[in-house]
Ligand binder design. Sequence first.
Ligand code: PGA
Length: 260
Amino acid sequence: MEIIIQPDSRQASLVAARIVARTVREKPLAVLGLATGNTPLQLYRNLVRMHRDEGLDFAGMTSFNLDEYVGIPPAHPSSFHSYMWAHLFSHINMPKERINIPDGLTTDVPAACRKYEQAIRSAGGIDVQVLGIGSNGHIGFNEPSSSLSSRTRIKTLTEESRLDVAAAFGGEEGVPTHVLTMGLGTIMDARKCLLLAFGKKKARAVARTVEGPVTAMVPGSVLQLHPRTILVLDKDAASELEMADYYAWVHEHKPDWQKY
Ligand code: PGA
């Protein structure tokens, strides 16, 4: 794992944007795996700015989002569809027909999940997968106890995850109980994983993900088995890492050709 610690989320999000932009520039037909939540907002803002000011071109891109709530129509203001259009897709030139988000209204969940997996494979696999992390260590909505080799499927949210998003649904009672999410096996197939985490609230999950044992109880820890995972953290999210000084040293001494 490569661990990049920045002073704050603004600078961390700039580094993350440079990593994604490099893939977009180097591979004009790249496949992007995208996440929602508060964490990637500044990353998306940077990508929108790079598109507007530097001509970063998404015309050949395909995207797959990690997850969507079950039973929530795409037009619902708190759906992940709405989030993605509001914060990214309306502002860049990614072709609409190559944007993929799980269908939370499907009447045949297993078939829709199989189709999603098939679509990722047909697109050639994900080149870079953007990830946040839950305070309980989930990535995507793979809650603790998720199989480390799971594929896209339905999951039941934990109470902690439901509380985390309660405000967006007018209180916990309004939060959907189920989601469709890429599995940990799906995420592990991405060529590169880029996990962002900001704030003290994520420090424990980050430390368990990086320095704890690989366990289904901390789904993010499966990334220890991924050959190309980059974590971009602010100081607070890195605050419980025992080897933080070493990670910072490694980053400072990177050869120029490896820098972002
Ligand atoms: P957040 O969510 O970015 O809103 O903190 C991350 C997650 O739950 O994966």
